[in-house]
Structures are given as structure tokens and as C-alpha cells.
Design a protein around this ligand. Structure first.
Ligand code: ZN
Length: 162
């Protein structure tokens, strides 16, 4: 059975007992931005249930134009007020340079490498906090997930002044 056949067969079993969630708004008014790394289970890591949070993922969990687009909708349409930006240890964007990634991929893209977790988290949280159209967002946590211990370490916590 091919990978794709396996996926579709597994979905048939899943759908047999599926219970839909009718409200598309995240119950906890929360969005989590994190890396695409397969070792991160956002719901498990934060004790969340399906339906609690909007989850945005990309390489590195960095703030990109597309993340801003998604958070504009999350905050204004889906009532998201809290955002978590979660990087992680042993990320493929650490210990590698822009030039190296251009070479490996053959793509002239901005890869948003992570030379330093604290510095990039502070920059990304500041970017979100300073984006005028994200005004419904009142709190932002920047943190690092340790893929060896499962522990999440807070790096920066921003709250909007009332
Ligand atoms: Zn990563």
C-alpha cells in the first residue's frame, strides 16, 4: 500500500467516528505560531484540546507576511487575543546560514535563519506587538520548546498596556 493509500484509508477509519466542532473560533482565544518540525505537538505540549487554538506553522516558526495575514484574520474575525511564538531546540534553521540554505535548495528566498533563539524571538514578538492591524492581540509569549526534555522555556512575554 502506498503512503497516500495508507493516509486515505486511515481517514476513512477516522471519519467513521468523527465528531465535528461547529464553532470555528478558537475556544481559548489563542493562536500558536511554531516550527513545522515533526517533533512538536502543540496541543499536547500546552495541554490544549482540538478547537482551543489556531495553529500556524512554518520553517522555524518565524513571523512572515503569511503569518501576519493569518493573525490579522485570527485576531479580527476569530477573536484571538493571545499569541504564542514557539521556537525549539535543534531546529533546522539554527546553525545554518542563509547562503548555505540557498546553496542546498537552489532557492533565492529569505530563509529567516535563527542564529540566536532569544534575539529572533524578541524581534518577532516586537514585530507582532508593533503591527497596528494586530491591535486585538493583548498578550504575546515567545518561548523555546526543548525537543529532548519537553520543557518550554519562556524567553519574552509582552502585554498590551490598557
Ligand atoms: Zn524547527
Amino acid at each position: 500500500m502506498s503512503q497516500i493509500d495508507e493516509l486515505l484509508a486511515a481517514n476513512q477509519r477516522f471519519a467513521a467516528t468523527f465528531r465535528p466542532i461547529t464553532d470555528r473560533r478558537p475556544r481559548r482565544h489563542l493562536a500558536v505560531l511554531t516550527c513545522m518540525d515533526a517533533r512538536i505537538d502543540v496541543l499536547e505540549d500546552f495541554g490544549l484540546q482540538l478547537g482551543d487554538a489556531a495553529i500556524l506553522r512554518n520553517a522555524g516558526g518565524r513571523v512572515t507576511d503569511d503569518v501576519l495575514r493569518s493573525l490579522a484574520i485570527s485576531s479580527h474575525v476569530l477573536e484571538v487575543e493571545t499569541v504564542v511564538v514557539l521556537q525549539h531546540t535543534k531546529c533546522g534553521l539554527t546553525g545554518v546560514s542563509q547562503d548555505e540554505l540557498e546553496e542546498v535548495t537552489g532557492a533565492s528566498l529569505s530563509f529567516l535563519t535563527i542564529p540566536d533563539h532569544a534575539a529572533t524571538l524578541r524581534a518577532d514578538v516586537a514585530l507582532l506587538a508593533g503591527t497596528p492591524f494586530l491591535s486585538p492581540i493583548t498578550a504575546i509569549l515567545g518561548a523555546v520548546f526543548n525537543v529532548d526534555s519537553g520543557v518550554i522555556e519562556e524567553v519574552v512575554c509582552w502585554k498590551r498596556d490598557e
